[in-house]
Design a protein around this ligand. Structure first.
Ligand code: ADP
Ligand code: MG
Length: 686
């Protein structure tokens, strides 16, 4: 199975190169390149049994053939074929060589569309095969596989190569899955499944073969996650948190509100993890505005109380700055210093800071990617918190973890992930969910309007600002032309403050501003010295200004659902009624569907499910950050039942064979590593 496809019949260097484009190098790769569908060409009926436009498979004998050249560049090959009852014409376009392949007298199987007219029947050939022996049938007269392809290959060739590969392995395929699993879940044995997945006897067999490989794929993946997770669980943190939790108690006492029941619950889960000997690996999910920050503050205090250090990493400078200011303020009375490290921290300040971090004089460090750069070293980092984790690559998370020795890790996200995907992406993480908003929040009223209605939108802003609220106006930012988009934001801010909103204080925020300029603008907005903040998407995640009650998103059709929901999450953070206005003239059906979903619900989980449905799992997760593995046959949406089964079985397997010493494990683990080990970026654990 691990031989190169080069050694197969019919595969020379050129075809091998073409196969490589499909990611096929070995015979195993080829056999795991599964058909995307099957055409049932097994029913052989005479042409007269088919109606106009139907796809037919017919067996017959070639009588005669001719090539017609009605105009330059077009050759029509017409063969007269006798199916035993009638004579009809098989037709090809620009494939003159078929006439040579199918001389008069040749027995042939033909598949294609039936066209009737002028007293004659034509069959526009999609596929054909010389019918010289039952078991050589590949392209017609049976259920045929239809493969995903690229340019230089065609279905006929791939079928033949796959057939050659199957012949080369017949009788020698080792089973991969444990016998108990095959039996308990009625899974088809591997060799039979390989044959049936490509050249099934019946559609039912094709289904069973695929089911086996879907299970195999999901099981191997879950096995890898379960094994890694167990590896982490077996490890012991080189520290424990001393102290009686006094800081946490004092912090909770001075908090101007009490925790919601959901916050209480997840805090119990997190502090429970921190008390365990094994490092915590936990994902904290909670919709925008559900109050994740305070939970992370508690965890940081627990670390400090225990005489250790905690770090909080955020994806943008604006957000890191906000966390820093928040924590600094609320930790001040507790005597806990907080420091901030970002890309724009000045050189000298940075040196001093790093020295303090290294000496342990800085117990709480907030920062951006700057935290994970070389030269940043902690005395005793015990807790790594990553906010808005979906904005980071997993490598970056891992690097932060490696700044400590087996630190507790908490990753937070407001981008809710449908359960199916969470199981796949975060199979090795525990998940806590804040499924409740702080009391008194009102759902954000969301409207989709066209650009013509902008006047009314500005009046809503005026009315709200009149009542002491503030507003955001977001202009889209498309990476390819950042400059132009920023220009648009600059011009909009200027024209608004001269015209539509001349009586109000309009501010401007975008990614090209220097860090201290950004800070100054955000500080002014927080202090309510700015009424309307015109911004690019730099405010997308995390920004928390409770006085803001209006979010206007221009060209809303250019944003994805998750982004729209995040942006909407910037308002509705107080007991006042908030508004989200989506301004656009949507061009596509999908854009309309997104806007409809936004106006229809404020529930991030429901939106995530909808997003997943609209875009499919690969797109949904975005390739770069999520690192959702590239499944060959499994489809997480369609196959969630098998996913649950595979996950349960994988966990059981790892529990029963703790050290993965069973002979089956020795087969399974290298295979799992080979298939999924490299795509490690989906892993929450470094
Ligand atoms: P997110 O989960 O989006 O990160 P934040 O942590 O920024 O949300 O919290 C949103 C707002 O809700 C903040 O202004 C915070 O002070 C407030 N908040 C958090 N928890 C509570 C609570 N239990 N009761 C009232 N307000 C709360
Ligand atoms: Mg947040």
């Amino acid at each position: 199975m691990h031989n190169s496809v080069r050694y197969l019949k019919m595969v020379g260097p050129r075809r091998a190169a073409a196969l490589q484009k499909l990611g096929i190098n070995t015979v195993a790769d080829l056999l795991y390149h599964f058909p995307r569908r099957y055409d049932d060409r097994s029913r052989l009926l005479p042409v007269s049994a088919y109606g106009q436009g139907e796809t037919a498979t017919v067996r017959g004998t070639v009588l005669a053939g001719q090539d017609l050249k009605p105009r330059r560049g077009l050759t029509i090959t017409k063969l007269a074929v006798n199916d035993g009852m009638n004579i009809f014409y098989a037709v090809w376009y620009n494939q003159p060589y078929v006439k040579k392949n199918l001389p008069p007298g040749a027995p042939v199987l033909l598949t294609g569309k039936i066209e009737k007219g002028f007293g004659a029947t034509q069959l526009k050939v999609e596929d054909y095969e010389l019918d010289d022996g039952e078991d050589r049938l590949l392209h017609a007269g049976r259920i045929v596989p239809v493969y995903p392809l690229t340019g230089q290959l065609n279905q006929r060739l791939l079928r033949s190569v796959v057939k050659a590969a199957l012949d080369s392995i017949a009788g020698r395929v080792a089973e991969l899955l444990p016998a108990s699993l095959l039996e308990n879940h009625s899974l088809m044995p591997r060799e039979r499944a390989l044959f049936q997945a490509h050249f099934p006897d019946t559609m039912e067999d094709a289904g069973q073969a695929r089911r086996r490989f879907i299970f195999e794929e999901l099981f191997l993946f879950q096995l890898l996650l379960a094994a890694r997770r167990q590896g982490v669980e077996r490890q012991k943190k080189p520290f424990h948190y001393r102290g009686g939790g006094l800081l946490v108690k004092r912090f909770l006492k001075q908090l101007p509100y009490s925790l919601t029941a959901a916050q209480e619950r997840v805090w119990a889960e997190i502090s429970g993890d921190m008390a365990e000997p094994a490092p915590m690996c936990r994902l904290l999910q909670g919709d925008v505005g559900s109050g994740k920050t305070v939970i992370c503050a508690l965890a940081l205090l627990k670390a400090v109380d225990g005489g250790l250090q905690g770090a909080l990493m955020a994806p943008t400078e604006i957000l890191a700055e906000q966390h820093y200011l928040n924590l600094k303020k609320s930790f001040a009375d507790l005597g806990v210093p907080v420091c901030l490290l970002t890309g724009s921290t000045r050189r000298q300040e940075r040196e001093e800071l790093l020295e303090q971090v290294r000496a342990g004089a800085c117990p709480v460090v907030v920062g951006t990617h700057a935290l994970i750069q070389e030269g940043v070293a902690f005395k005793n980092l015990a807790l790594a918190v990553i906010d808005e984790q979906h904005r980071f690559g997993v490598r970056q998370r891992a690097v932060l973890q490696y700044k400590g020795r087996l630190p507790d890790t908490l990753v937070m996200t407001a981008t809710p992930i449908p359960r199916t995907l969470a199981l796949t992406l975060y199979g090795d993480l525990d998940i806590s969910v804040i499924d409740e908003l702080p009391p008194g929040r009102r759902p954000v009223k969301t409207y989709a309007v066209s650009r013509r209605q902008l006047g009314r939108v500005y009046r809503l802003i005026e009315e709200q600002v009149g009542q002491g609220r503030q507003a955001y106006i977001v202009c889209p930012l498309v990476e390819e032309s950042e400059k132009m988009d920023i220009q648009a934001a600059v011009e909009l801010a200027a024209s608004l403050s001269e015209k539509e909103l001349e009586n109000y204080r309009v501010g401007l925020l975008h990614g090209r501003l220097k860090a201290d300029e950004k800070e100054a603008v955000m500080a002014a907005f927080r202090r309510r010295e700015i009424d309307v903040l015109v911004s690019t998407t730099v405010i997308e995640v995390g920004v928390d200004v409770p006085g803001a009650a209006v979010m206007v998103i221009l060209d809303a059709d250019r944003f994805g659902l998750a982004q729209l929901h995040q942006l909407r999450g910037r308002v509705g953070r107080s007991a006042h009624q908030s508004y989200c206005i989506l301004v656009s003239n949507p061009g596509t059906e999908e854009a309309k569907a997104r806007l409809l979903a936004m106006t229809g619900t404020g529930d991030g989980f429901a939106l995530a499910e909808e997003d997943l449905r609209l875009r499919g799992p690969g797109e949904f997760c975005g390739t770069r950050q999520s690192g959702l593995p590239d499944f060959k046959i499994a489809d997480l949406l369609r196959d969630w039942e098998l996913l649950h089964l595979a996950r349960a079985e994988a966990q059981r397997w790892v529990e029963e064979d703790r050290f993965l010493q069973k002979p089956e494990s020795r087969l399974l683990m290298p295979e799992a590593e080979a298939r999924f080990g490299k795509a490690e970026n989906y892993l929450g654990v470094g």
